[in-house]
Design a protein. Structure first.
Ligand code: HEC
Length: 172
């Protein structure tokens, strides 16, 4: 009664292993160990990255003064596609809080506000080149940003409306 199942198992195993050279089995085991070690190290680096304070402050300085928008529509379109990086009304809650993406986000917001900031107008506008042109050239909003946060992506019609509105507002 006991014999049947016990008798079969070693035979099956032997069948599986018989044709595989031992060196390949040993190598496979090393590869498995190495892969597990590498995953472990990456996981530790990822967890340690979360402890870096950069990108976690999420500050929104007060809105001092906005430009004289030519229309409410321009302001709305700008808010959707540009505010996160070029105003003090960044919607931090919808942006990633996870490093290293949070570092890229922090960098883009610092740089973006530095180039021009519609919440500190006109003092926050000195370094900007042609604002409408940046949309026309497809340079702004940055592609990586709209692929991560698709709600900021403008349709071609909205894009044209924003370009017209930016020209009327900023005069170039
Ligand atoms: C994800 C953040 C982000 C968003 C959203 C964003 N920008 Fe920018 N923008 C930047 C950064 C960072 C820079 C500075 C570095 C650079 O020029 O690439 C910049 C630079 C600019 C410049 C200066 C370019 C130059 O070289 O003179 C203009 C103009 C500009 N942005 C307009 C816009 C407009 C208009 C929108 C919305 C349609 C927008 N940006 C959306 C991050 C952003």
């Amino acid at each position: 009664m006991v014999a049947e199942p016990q008798g079969r198992a070693p035979q099956d195993t032997a069948l599986l292993v018989r044709d595989v050279p031992v060196s390949i089995l040993v190598r496979a085991r090393w590869v498995a160990w190495f892969a597990m070690g590498a995953i472990g190290v990456l996981l530790l680096v990822f967890l340690a990255a979360q402890l870096v304070p950069y990108g976690r402050t999420h500050g929104n300085p007060p809105v001092v003064q906005e430009p004289a928008w030519d229309s409410a529509q321009t302001r709305t379109l700008f808010a959707r596609a540009c505010n996160d990086c070029h105003s003090n009304e960044t919607e931090w809650s919808r942006l990633s809080n996870v490093a290293p993406l949070s570092w890229l986000t922090q960098w883009a917001i610092d740089e973006g506000r530095n180039v021009f900031n519609v919440s500190e107008w006109p003092s926050g506008g000195r370094k900007a080149g042609n604002i409408a042109g940046s949309v026309q050239r497809g340079q702004m909003p940055p592609e990586i940003y709209v692929s991560l946060y698709p709600e900021a992506r403008l349709t071609p019609t909205e894009q044209q409306a924003l370009i017209r509105g930016l020209r009327a507002t900023f005069g170039d």
